[in-house]
Design a protein around this ligand. Structure first.
Ligand code: SF4
Length: 212
């Protein structure tokens, strides 16, 4: 029987953060993560405790269990341009690499999409991902030490940006942790980037303009 992918939601929007901020993209959110089970009552036990995303279950917009071909077709159906130009999908989660595999990247390429991924970097990549954004979390073993974009949520206890500066990424971003201290965290990121120009600031613009 063909593999089914558990998908929380799929929607068309603009990328809100990081290098491709403002770029139109289909977001495909996989259900599940290896650093938290997604249940509020278990957050205190999670390896990653500051998550701001609901990735539990398959009950979101266009969520469900899909085989590769059907998932690729669903993604393609959300693209507005009949000529299918500049098609771009961001696989996110949860942790997309728990499920993303070569069958799915091939199916999505077949419908003409470039594939980006946002991952915590603890699981190996399949073939066929075109843009790799790694967002490392404290107290994890990070396997993906190269890619296009390293996006570090800052500050994180036990994570010093200096430890990542030599990792082989095209871009290094610091993104303020979105908690009760957001403005202090933003100030800290601005200060760090100014003192260490290898790092650029990433702001979660989708939250500022209230889009998903
Ligand atoms: S790794 Fe990402 S998806 Fe998983 S709990 Fe942390 S922030 Fe959430």
């Amino acid at each position: 029987m063909a593999k089914k992918y558990n998908i929380k939601e799929i929607y068309y929007t603009l990328q809100g953060e990081g290098h491709h901020t403002g770029k139109p993209a289909v977001f495909c959110r996989f259900a599940g993560c290896n650093l938290w089970n997604g249940l509020e009552e278990d957050r205190h036990k999670a390896i990653c405790q500051f998550c701001d995303t609901d990735f539990w279950g398959t009950d979101g917009v266009n969520g469900g269990k899909y085989i590769a071909k059907d998932l690729a077709e669903m993604i393609a159906s959300l693209w507005p341009d009949a000529n299918k130009s500049d098609c771009y999908v961001v696989f996110t989660g949860g942790e997309p690499l728990l499920q993303l595999d070569e069958d799915l990247t091939a199916s999505v390429h077949k419908v003409g999409f470039e594939i980006a991924i946002e991952t915590n970097g603890t699981i190996e990549l399949p073939i066929g991902v075109d843009w790799v954004c790694v967002s490392p979390k404290a107290n994890t073993d990070i396997l993906l030490k190269n890619g296009n974009e390293l996006k570090l949520v800052y500050p994180q206890l036990g994570m010093d940006p200096a430890d990542f500066v030599d990792w082989d990424f095209d871009y290094h971003y610091l993104q303020p942790m979105d908690n009760a201290y957001l403005s202090k965290n933003t100030e800290a990121c601005v200060g760090y980037c100014k003192d260490n120009p290898k790092w650029n600031l990433s702001i979660q613009t989708h939250k500022l303009i209230n889009i998903p």
